[in-house]
Write a protein that binds this ligand. Structure first.
Ligand code: PDD
Length: 283
């Protein structure tokens, strides 16, 4: 398997991580996961825009322009047999003697490689359960930072309790999932936390917002409480890898009648349909 390291493609077995890479030591960097369907990347530009924005927010400057990086990722596709899955793209601040502060002029380290993943069809059809947990993360969740410690703690807590996702609650309000955005439906209105510093504004979330408008479904970017979540008619999550997955139980209680709701099913169908229409073979 080939891996993009800065601007060259190398064999996976030849890639070495320096022990003083700040991404490795401090989580000092940012990342993206771009979905690939049958060898064709989906929403690559939106992901790259968010990647450059995240990098800028933590003051890391890429040596490649967005166009150049796009070209390199296309080379990565061309190098491999690559079907379903994603590309993981990571940028760390670079390699420097270990201390918290950094000097100007260290060279950022970019890597990208294919990660296999499959559409969670069973979960999409049958729905999943979730748990809730306090959102104890920092206040810049809009940056797709490598620091995922708290997300991981809660995702693991969800998995060990047999749930698929952990829903995070800050000051009584639902923010997002540990690796997804959360939507609730009440009286046929779809709600999601506003795209502020408290959530990652998902690319899937933005695609869905456009589909809600196209289909005439009422969408409010308005925070809702944990109590409202538990009283919702329907709840679902969205992400690059999960797409749209109904949440049918939260903290052991059924959501609505405990089966995937009608509007959620329609949202999933609309999303899958839009993929068919949008998929432009660019590589
Ligand atoms: N996670 N919120 C968080 C905290 C996330 O980590 C993600 C995605 C999302 C959804 O964003 P998008 O629709 O752009 O994938 C929301 C990715 C998939 C991950 O970390 O693997």
């Amino acid at each position: 398997m080939k891996v993009l390291v800065n601007d060259v493609l190398v064999e996976r077995s030849e890639v070495k991580v320096d022990i003083e890479d700040r991404g490795y030591q401090f989580g000092d960097g940012v990342y993206e996961v771009i979905r690939v369907y049958d060898g064709t990347p989906f929403a690559m530009e939106e992901h790259l825009e968010r990647f450059y924005r995240s990098a800028k927010e933590i003051e890391i400057e890429l040596s490649l322009t967005m166009e150049e990086l796009k070209g390199k990722l296309e080379e990565l596709f061309a190098a491999g047999p690559f079907h379903d899955g994603g590309i993981y793209v990571q940028l760390s601040r670079g390699v420097a003697p270990r201390k918290h502060q950094y000097e100007e002029g260290i060279k950022p380290q970019l890597i990208a490689y294919p990660v296999p993943s499959k559409r969670p069809e069973k979960e999409q059809q049958e729905g999943v359960s979730a748990i809730t947990a306090d959102d104890l993360r920092w206040l810049r969740c809009d940056i797709k930072s490598l620091n995922l410690l708290y997300n991981i703690m809660i995702k693991q807590r969800a998995y060990t309790s047999g749930a698929f996702e952990g829903i995070l609650i800050r000051d009584g309000y639902v923010t997002e999932g540990t690796s997804s955005n959360i939507f609730m439906i009440k009286d046929r209105t779809i709600y999601s936390h506003p795209a502020s510093n408290l959530i990652l504004n998902g690319i899937t979330r933005m695609k869905l917002a456009a589909l809600f408008a196209e289909n005439g479904w009422t969408f409010k970017e308005q925070a809702f409480t944990k109590e409202e979540l538990l009283q919702a008619d329907e709840v679902f999550m969205s992400s690059t890898t999960a797409e749209v997955v109904p949440i049918i139980r939260i903290d052991q209680q059924p959501v609505g009648d405990g089966t995937p709701g009608e509007l959620t099913k329609a949202v999933l169908q609309a999303f899958l349909q839009s993929l068919k229409e949008e998929r432009v073979p660019s590589v």
